[in-house]
Design a protein around this ligand. Sequence first.
Ligand SMILES: NC(=O)c1ccc[n+]([C@@H]2O[C@H](COP(=O)([O-])OP(=O)(O)OC[C@H]3O[C@@H](n4cnc5c(N)ncnc54)[C@H](O)[C@@H]3O)[C@@H](O)[C@H]2O)c1
Ligand SMILES: [Zn+2]
Length: 386
Amino acid sequence: MLPREMRSRLFAHLLRYDGTRVEKIAVKLGDASYEVLIANGLLRNAGKRIVRRCGVPSRCVVITSPRVRKLWGRELERSLSAAKLPFALLTLPDGEQHKTLNTVDGLLKQMAAAGMDRSSLVIAFGGGMVGDVAGFAAATYMRGIPFVQVPTTLLAQVDASIGGKTGVNLPAGKNLVGSFHQPELVLIDPAVLSTLSDREYRAGFFEVIKCGVIRDQKLFAAIEKKPQSFLQRDTASVMKAITASVNVKAEVVSRDEREGGLRRILNFGHTIGHALEADGEYKRLLHGEAVGWGMMAAARLGAALGVTPQKVADRITDVVLKCGPLPRVNSEPAKIMRLIQSDKKTLHGVPHFVLPTAIGETTITANIPPAAIRKVVAGLNQLVAR
Ligand SMILES: NC(=O)c1ccc[n+]([C@@H]2O[C@H](COP(=O)([O-])OP(=O)(O)OC[C@H]3O[C@@H](n4cnc5c(N)ncnc54)[C@H](O)[C@@H]3O)[C@@H](O)[C@H]2O)c1
Ligand SMILES: [Zn+2]
């Protein structure tokens, strides 16, 4: 055993290899395993980290949005050049309406024109929309080439960039076309969140609360105790929120890559949430905001059915409301019920609900009386942020 001082110096050295503390979280999927690295300032070392994991690919394309390119593009470009990576930049227009096969078609043609081959690399640099589209282009170009995720919204950092789900929307519904394609590496720099609007940040934060409810009671308690330190983006709190959420997602995905079992718990708050999001035509509510409403609905449904202790349901509602404001919802319960039944995750017309049994634990339940669901939806608009 090394003396204590040497141990801590060695430990500090390992953690601060690039001058910043780097958290490393493994997603364990056999041959498709990869690491999620989290550190403030990591963008400056992105090139080096990519080379360390992928070597020097024949060519790279960075796929991004105009906004992210303008705000953070220079920093990423500098780090790729410093690592001698040959790259081209491709931009996608912002907005969910561009998450289409048509956009992917345009990207694939530009990738071919840029001379990409099987040993080339795609770097997805942006929010979840960019990650899903760029990941899908990487999954399909030459039957699949490697890609790296560099997520820049809180939602993408804690959720969308991990787990390998890629894809686009069809007019008939969201994310109806896609593929599982795991990234080689996920690089998370919380510092890029400094330019994110409060509304986008809060929307991502509801997915952090979700991770607390389903799997991490310590994270939930920390948010409950000091929501303001998380909402005001105190550096240590943001780091804690991201690291804890990535740990939850990585562990769940490692145990169930394709959503056969455990991965379904990540849908907590999403059954009613998706329906509220669709009812607002994807304009009224951001995805995370819909999940905020959906978590309160699931907690209240669980309490009405005697599955969730009332105290637990109240704690969840309180935390979500404290992390608002949420845009009001005024959906017609019967319409929400129809939307739930037509959701792609609804099996044979029977919706499944993830219901909390305690903070940090859930159960999955089907065959819930539609009247109970309608009642909960009808009661939602009486909940107002304090
Ligand atoms: N694959 C998955 O597992 C998974 C999981 C959850 C969500 N998603 C998908 O993610 C998408 C939503 O992602 P999102 O919430 O990140 O939204 P988004 O990608 O649409 O980004 C939201 C906005 O933030 C801007 N932006 C990004 N980074 C920024 C920064 N650092 N500073 C300032 N502005 C910035 C973007 O340009 C955009 O205008 C949806 O398409 C959803 O289906 C996928
Ligand atoms: Zn979600």
